[in-house]
Design a protein around this ligand. Structure first.
Ligand code: F6P
Ligand code: MG
Length: 440
């Protein structure tokens, strides 16, 4: 993207970005270290001496990382030789060139988006440099716990879908679009449940996700759901189903269930033929979905002691078996690149998205990457902030947790700031923001 089009937020003292790096990230690292230590006997000792050393080594690397962060040391190259290491190191050199060669790129002098992503990649390095534990997911406990704590809400949601399906024959097009809207909003608010914002404290859904919708409506600052629906309708070829919808997933736990239920509705109602899910190839931003989380969630849903919940689980397993659903990951999703760089940096992924009729981007981090995490004026059009990223009609479903928001009516941002100064970061507000490269 054009670095001059808008400034990247700087890490001025007390900004949300600054506090993330100063407080939230070290807290997350401390928890990771504690998790590895606590799991010593459970996971590592079974590998004998090698496992015990791996635990010590990983903890030493993570403590060093924490210290580098806290004392604003230079950001250093990756040494694990994994598939994506070269591209991370090239990115670091690029940052260094942008910043000028006098000062090294360091934690507090770099763009927030970059160092935050980099921390998760360094955690991965610490684990992957110790082969007996290289598959250990340091965030697994939190993700599974949040799934279990949301059980009641999951059951309510599965029962809701069951009711929709029972009446499927008599569904009028209006009713279908109404149900779609509801499930889209449930998936939107599911994004409230992420663990990185609370540094891993709480991310479960305790109240009924359906009853909550009406009272949450006023907090949706941009609601393009009508356009999303029209776009889907216009992609139907001669009365047939829409070929493919892609969902770029965000968090595991309750949010993932809301995405699966939305995807289930799209397929079971005959609206869409195929769903591609995109997840992360290693543990990321505490609660993001990996392949393991995805399949674990489907299995847990199947095994549930609740009729409609386990029915959904079996249905999901079957969608995966027959190819109506598929899970994909790509190294690009765990890099710090803004999405306007995707066509150049990950052309294979870009052309895969081009084949979709609609791409849903879940969550806050995806929104930051869609908009390049710049300090855009709030009235700038979403299409401008995308800076040429337009693989297919796309929609961001995001609750606001970072200092960027575009596409608002003039004066709206100022009004929000005067009423609720932390509106951009407190997770209370949300957007359903759509863009299509072709007229809808
Ligand atoms: O610091 C808060 C934060 O980590 C943001 O950097 C990030 O955008 C967000 O939380 C993660 O939220 P989400 O899971 O919605 O992407
Ligand atoms: Mg996330």
């Amino acid at each position: 993207g054009d670095p001059l089009s808008s400034e990247r937020p700087s890490l001025f003292l007390c900004s949300f970005a600054y506090l993330t790096i100063r407080d939230r990230l070290p807290t997350i690292l401390t928890k990771v270290i504690d998790t590895i230590h606590r799991n010593k006997s459970k996971f590592f000792e079974e590998h004998g001496e090698e496992g015990i050393n791996a635990e010590k080594q990983a903890i030493a690397l993570l403590s060093k990382l924490r210290n580098e962060l806290l004392t604003d040391k230079p950001v250093i190259e990756l040494t694990d030789g994994l598939e994506d290491a070269d591209s991370w190191n090239e990115y670091l050199q690029r940052q260094q060139r942008l910043q000028g060669d006098q000062e090294p790129v360091s934690w507090f002098t770099s763009p927030w988006l970059y160092v935050e992503c980099y921390m998760y990649r360094r955690i991965q390095e610490a684990v992957s440099l110790n082969p007996p534990i290289s598959n250990f997911d340091v965030f697994n406990e939190g993700k599974t716990q949040s799934f279990y704590e949301s059980q009641k809400a999951v059951m309510t949601l599965c029962t809701f879908l069951e009711d929709i399906q029972k009446n499927a024959e008599k569904l009028s097009p209006d009713r279908l679009s109404e149900d779609f809207n509801k499930l889209l909003q449930i998936s939107l608010w599911g994004n409230k449940c992420d663990l990185s914002i609370s540094a891993g404290q709480d991310n479960s859904q305790k109240i009924s996700p359906i009853d909550a919708l009406a009272s949450l409506q006023p907090f949706i600052l941009v609601n393009d759901s009508g356009m999303v629906w029209s776009s889907l309708m216009s992609s139907q070829r001669a009365g047939e189903s829409v070929d493919r919808v892609d969902i770029v997933l965000d968090n595991a736990g309750f949010e993932l269930v809301t995405d699966l239920v939305l995807a289930d509705f799209l397929v079971s109602s005959g609206l869409v033929r195929k769903i591609y899910f995109h997840g992360k190839s290693f543990p990321w931003f505490v609660s993001d979905v990996t392949a393991n989380d995805f399949h674990w969630t489907v299995r847990q849903t199947m095994a549930a002691n609740h009729k409609w919940m386990s029915k959904r689980g079996f249905q999901w397993q079957n969608y995966l078996k027959v190819g109506a659903w598929s899970y994909h990951d790509h190294p690009f999703w765990t890099q710090p690149h803004e999405f306007c760089d995707m066509a150049a940096d990950a052309p294979d992924l870009y052309s895969r998205l081009q084949q979709a009729d609609l791409v849903l981007f879940k969550g806050d981090l995806n929104y930051r990457k869609l908009t390049g995490d710049r300090a855009w004026d709030h009235t700038v059009e979403f299409s401008t902030a995308l800076q040429g990223f337009q693989p297919a009609p796309l929609c961001s479903l995001r609750t606001l947790k970072a200092n960027v928001q575009v596409g608002l009516q003039p004066g709206r941002g100022e009004k929000l700031t005067s009423r609720d100064p932390t509106w951009m970061t407190n997770g209370k507000y949300a957007v359903i923001q759509f863009y299509s490269p072709k007229p809808v």
